[in-house]
Design a protein around this ligand. Sequence first.
Ligand code: KG4
Ligand code: ZN
Length: 353
Amino acid sequence: MKVLGIETSCDETAAAVVEDGRILHSNVVASSMDLHAQYGGVVPEIAARSHIEVIMPVIEQSLEEAAATWDDIDAIAVTYGAGLGGSLLIGVLTARTLAIAKQKPLYAINHVEGHLYANFLTGTSLPGYALPASQPVFPVLGLIVSGGHSQLVYFRDHFDYTLLGQTQDDAIGEAFDKVAKILGLPYPGGPSVSKKALEGDPFKYSLPKARLNGKYDFSFSGLKTAVLRLAQEQIGEDFTFPSTALPDRLNDLQKADIAASFQRVAVETVVDKAATAYEEYGPRTVIIGGGVASSPELRRQLSGRLPLPVSYTDPKLCTDNGAMIATLGCYKVMLGAEPADPYALDIAPNLSM
Ligand code: KG4
Ligand code: ZN
């Protein structure tokens, strides 16, 4: 049973073919990231226009890479939320059209749920993928850490989950991106802050961890502001000093120490909650999804704090991709979930878990 997955919720146009929710046959991702880099963040109009230009070639390439024809595809799965409205529309309208034209059942996928399903892929014929040796076993504790989301979820089984907590403001990846801007590091901020942090002392500065009412909720906006104040202080200026002028005034060591201290605290924030949830719920597996899941610091801290080995998937499957959407689509098919109406499926930009 093979599912074609389509993902266009942000700046990646992606399509992939997955078999039986465990075997990856193709994974094609075209990113418009280079076009956004000069603006320091994703520009929704540019993202939507890029999706229109490349979506059909990306889908065709994903079939080709999988050596599949439309006859081999049993269903189409598409991200319908959460994400940028204009971007989601392109994926959903394309998937609806293909479902009708090729007479395939259509499945609407929640992008955030999808991120965790990348961890169910354990086999591939594609070169260059480091996949976990075995699939997650329920009950599963899932941590989603991406540019748009920070969520902690307890899964009793497929589709049977409780959202334990989530960010009340910025997502963790967004905080990395904003700190990168303060330090003048290139976009996307996560990998560049990570790299800079290698040269710094993670205990040089103490930065605040948010205290929230929800036991498993996160907050990163206070931490980001604290980094801004710290940077201003380090160059002997007050809070009125413009953040855009900071990169020229901070020296390399200050940047590295700020990056390392920020990264330690941001990662500790999510690892603390994951460790508490692990103790309370006693899951059999812990899985991580989203772009920040490829952070070496997150992996290091989690291994130190959890008593069970956490297996991670390939970094190419942590950031946005069609494979995670196709994988969740497979489980929808295999477990008899209701398909979407290809004449009516709408986008849901603010969809939550
Ligand atoms: O999952 P993703 O591709 O997009 C969303 O669904 O939001 O995640 C992208 C995010 C960006 O904020 C990026 O800065 C962050 O993941 N990221 C990292 C690392 N690699 C990517 N953050 C910290 N450390 C990394 N190594
Ligand atoms: Zn994502």
